[in-house]
Design a protein around this ligand. Structure first.
Ligand code: BES
Ligand code: ZN
Length: 456
């Protein structure tokens, strides 16, 4: 193992240059004009994996290609098989003016690598790839078979991945999936994540008059869709942070005393969290800590709100329509389809007769929860301890990786979640970064993980 760890340390500078090359592709899956960049990015990572000695396939889908890269198999010996999942697509970088340096021109400052996609998720799965390179290039036998599955539609809901899993079930049969696409509380607190929130996305639209109207000539005698929508949205949540949709909390699994005590031990406090987000004061469901609110309690968020005139100066109109994008984060044992039914019924009830309501359901993902005390989880904890040189913690995450449920449903396997992204890495925000200490510890963790898992 020392040989592997020495190799990882000796080649850090080159790894960084390669990661920067990977980060230069503006692989923004949400924006159709970037389709060619996604394809070029997929080819780049495929060729890179091939150059390390992996057997690589770039699999076309109805959307962006999926890259499969397998370590060379020994037909005579059956070794345990693990699949490392990652995504090469990234979130839109906008608003560009808030970036200190351009999002697709990677910049290193101290131990931070700034670029869109650096932590979410290129840097994180690249750490696993480099660990496997260390085995292959030092001629050290890998104790497991490993397949990388790197897709390009994670940030837009993974539409084409489930059919791919069904089609390639045989190749993907494995002990478990390994994902680093989430966080850890601090460099001193490497973490195994045992729960993720689910999600339900929906867009709602109110149409009023057939065109924008002069608000002096017509206002007062015709409903204002922006006002009507604002009133509907405002009623969705009370000032104590509870979602006001009947039945919304019915399936929510309460946190046990034990778990609440465990979550309290995670580093950070309310004030450090307030500083991190930079809000004047914290807000959330009464009776819960910030950690509980953002990982183990469901929410309703407005992600975007549009209506009327947005340009300079004023324009006196009653807008013809108003629109909002919402997402609900869900926790065990909520079902996104049941939430969808409740939400749609509720909007129908709230909508005044003066507006026409259109509800368009978007992507949906189940929440995820695994046993944190399985032998596999223990093996992962040992790898984390060895790589970071300190005691790991168990945590829940507030974000969603809906595909883990498909791994379970379609392939029958659980996922080990070993995040490498720090709370201040600005995932989905301007100035996204990846911490190079986390990158290095992540490579070591991956290197230590395979022998630990092979022992089980
Ligand atoms: N890497 C994140 C998910 C994540 C981040 C999980 C931090 C846990 C902790 C992923 O790329 C992501 O952003 N997922 C989306 C899913 C959605 C588009 C279905 C999310 O959580 O908003
Ligand atoms: Zn993301």
């Amino acid at each position: 193992m020392q040989l592997i760890l020495d190799y990882l340390a000796a080649h850090e500078a080159r790894f960084l240059r390669e990661l920067c090359d990977y980060l230069r592709f503006p692989s923004v899956s949400a924006q159709p004009q970037h389709k060619p960049d996604l394809e070029r990015c997929a080819s780049w990572i495929a060729n890179h994996a091939r150059s390390l000695g992996l057997e690589v396939e770039v699999c076309p889908t109805n959307g962006n290609p999926i890259v499969l890269a397998r370590t060379p198999r020994r037909p005579s010996t059956r070794r345990p098989h693990y699949v490392v999942y990652g995504h090469y697509d990234v979130q839109p970088p906008e608003p560009l003016e808030l970036w200190t340096s351009p999002p697709f021109e990677p910049r290193i400052e101290g131990r931070s690598l700034f670029a869109r996609g650096s932590c979410d998720n290129k840097g994180q799965h690249f750490a696993h790839l480099k660990a496997v390179e260390a085995f292959l290039k030092t001629g050290t036998e890998l104790p497991c078979d490993i397949t990388f599955l790197i897709e390009g539609e994670e940030e837009i809901g993974c539409e084409n991945l489930a059919p791919f899993l069904r089609a390639r079930k045989k190749d993907l049969r494995c002990e478990a999936f390994v994902i680093s696409d989430n966080g850890l509380p601090s460099k001193r607190h490497p973490a195994l994540t045992y729960a993720l929130r689910g999600i339900f996305a929906v867009e709602i639209r109110l149409d009023g008059p057939k065109r924008d109207l002069h608000s002096g000539l017509f206002g007062g005698a015709v409903d204002n869709p922006a006002m009507a929508l604002a009133q509907m949205l405002a009623s969705l949540r009370d000032r104590r942070g509870r979602v006001n949709i009947p039945g919304f909390y019915d399936a929510v699994a309460p946190l046990s005393k034990y778990e609440r005590a465990m979550l309290k031990k995670l580093p950070g406090n309310e004030e450090s969290f307030r500083k991190l987000v930079g809000a004047p004061a914290l807000f959330g469901e009464a009776g819960f800590t910030s950690t509980e609110r953002r990982t183990a309690r469901p929410t309703c968020e407005i992600n975007g709100l549009t209506s009327g005139y947005q340009g300079a100066g004023s324009k006196t109109i009653v807008p013809a329509w108003a629109r909002a994008k919402l997402t609900f984060r869900l926790v065990p044992n909520m079902d996104p389809h049941q939430v969808q039914r409740l939400v749609v019924a509720h909007f129908k009830k709230l909508c005044p007769p003066s507006c026409k309501l259109t509800v368009e359901a978007g992507h949906a993902g189940q929440p995820y929860l695994v046993q944190p005390d399985s032998p596999r989880a223990q093996a992962a904890l040992r790898a984390l301890r060895g790589a970071f040189g300190c005691e790991p913690v168990l945590m829940r995450e507030g974000g969603s990786i809906p595909i883990v449920n498909d791994f379970k449903r379609i392939l029958g396997v659980e996922t080990l979640l070993l995040g490498l992204s720090l709370p201040d890495d600005n995932a989905h925000s301007p100035n996204e970064k990846f911490d190079l200490d986390c990158f290095c510890a992540g490579m070591r963790m991956s290197a230590l993980l395979w022998p630990e898992l092979a022992k089980l």
